[in-house]
Design a protein around this ligand. Structure first.
Ligand SMILES: Nc1ncnc2c1ncn2[C@@H]1O[C@H](COP(=O)(O)OP(=O)(O)OP(=O)(O)O)[C@@H](O)[C@H]1O
Ligand SMILES: [Mg+2]
Length: 381
């Protein structure tokens, strides 16, 4: 195998030292050395203007321009080449300065120091190349990071545009919905002529769909408000027991029609929390709505536990339960586990979770497929 050619610039004013060093290198078999020898710092600098080298051996003790001055001038020119300084004996202090000034390494001129030159060169070249590789890698990483940051910023901007668009569209949907409902209401009440029983039935169906659409529009509006950080809480001191009682009442008819028991396990006294009444009511409605929707027989228990610094609420059902591998996903938007024909969009839980998190509370679920679910949340007092 042919040896790699290494271009060496040797700055050495002592002809004997230079000769021995060159001879020693010629005997070395690690590289094929192409040595350019000059006798002063000035000549070294001039040579560097015209040619490039893989390594430089620079004598510290030079007449006229010193080794240190020469080193500084080379460094100022940003030439990418390792420089090994050949220092006098016992120049340890000098060596420290030289390294600080950018020398790659140093070799003291002891008797027979020439024998150490090949090893020094090998070691220096290996370390220098490893260093270059590291630096290139770091540059590449920095570049990639910058690229990623730019892409990320762009994606965030696009995401915001999309959210704003959705928010606007959803907002615009509200007005025509209100008008449709108002007009239907007028027809239903007979303001546009007598309504036949069959027509009333059809109107009833339309009302149900309109209500569903309104709920969806309101849910989407809530989500977009939360996501854009525009959902504000009107916190007040309120009794969560009373609030939960009212929520349970609104579900009595529905639960009754499905023959599901609604059980309240409440403390005997008020439990005051600091919360937004409407938003907290919505959490109860979303969780209880789910419990009743996904339960066909048995009970739904609403439990309130008075803890020291927070109120804990549990809504427990004997319904379909949630498969283990889906439990982590149900708080994400638009996730619906059962493909059954149950009405819904998959926004109730994400909204409930966001509201609770805005209150600095926590929500989680314990569930077993086929046995039922227990949603547990806490709200600070
Ligand atoms: N109590 C529960 N029992 C069984 N599955 C549940 C229960 N609560 C939620 N889930 C599952 O989690 C999914 C997400 O619930 P979420 O309330 O977010 O949406 P949804 O009820 O389907 O629709 P929406 O609430 O928007 O009307 C449900 O579709 C259902 O699969
Ligand atoms: Mg729901």
């Amino acid at each position: 195998m042919s040896k790699e050619k290494l271009r060496v610039l040797m700055v050495e004013d002592n002809p004997t030292d230079a000769l021995i060093s060159k001879k020693r290198l010629q005997r070395d078999d690690a590289f094929e050395y192409d040595i350019t020898h000059v006798v002063s710092g000035e000549d070294g600098l001039l040579t560097l203007e015209k040619h490039s080298f893989d390594i430089m051996l620079l004598d510290y003790n030079l007449p006229k321009k010193s080794g240190l001055e020469t080193l500084r001038e080379i460094k100022a020119k940003n030439i990418e080449m390792p420089i090994v300084m050949i220092t006098g004996q016992g120049d340890e202090q000098v060596a420290v300065t030289l390294i600080k000034e950018g020398a790659f390494d140093y070799l003291p001129k002891r008797d027979g120091y020439e024998d150490s030159i090949p090893l020094m060169i090998r070691k220096t070249i290996a370390e220098f190349r490893a260093k270059l590789e590291r630096e290139n890698l770091q540059k590449e990483i920095a570049l990639k990071k910058e690229e990623l940051e730019k892409t990320n910023a762009k994606l965030m901007e696009l995401d915001k545009m999309k959210s704003d668009f959705v928010a606007n569209v959803v907002h615009e949907l509200r007005t025509p919905l209100t008008i449709i409902r108002g007009n239907l209401d007028n027809i239903d009440k007979g303001f546009a002529g007598e309504v036949q029983p069959q027509q009333k039935d059809i109107l009833g169906d339309i009302f149900r769909v309109i209500n569903r659409l309104s709920r969806l529009v309101n849910d989407l509006l809530d989500i977009s408000k939360i996501e854009s950080g525009k959902m504000e809480l009107n916190k007040e001191s309120l009794d969560i027991v009373t609030l939960a009682g009212e929520a349970v009442k609104t579900f009595e008819v529905l639960a009754g029609s499905k023959k599901i028991g609604l059980i309240k396990e409440f403390p005997n006294k008020a439990v005051t929390v600091n919360a937004d009444k409407d938003k907290l009511t919505q959490v109860f409605i979303n969780l209880m709505g789910n419990a009743i929707k996904f339960t066909d027989k048995g009970n739904v228990v609403v439990r309130i536990i008075d803890l020291q610094k927070e109120a804990q609420v549990e809504i427990q059902d004997t319904g379909s339960g949630i498969p283990l591998d889906q439990v982590d996903k149900i708080f994400d938007k638009f996730v619906r586990v059962v493909a059954e024909k149950k009405e819904g969009t998959g926004l109730g839980l994400p909204i409930a979770k966001d509201i609770i998190v805005l209150h600095k509370g926590r929500i989680r679920v314990e569930s077993e497929s086929g046995k039922g679910s227990r949603f547990i949340f806490v709200i600070p007092k």
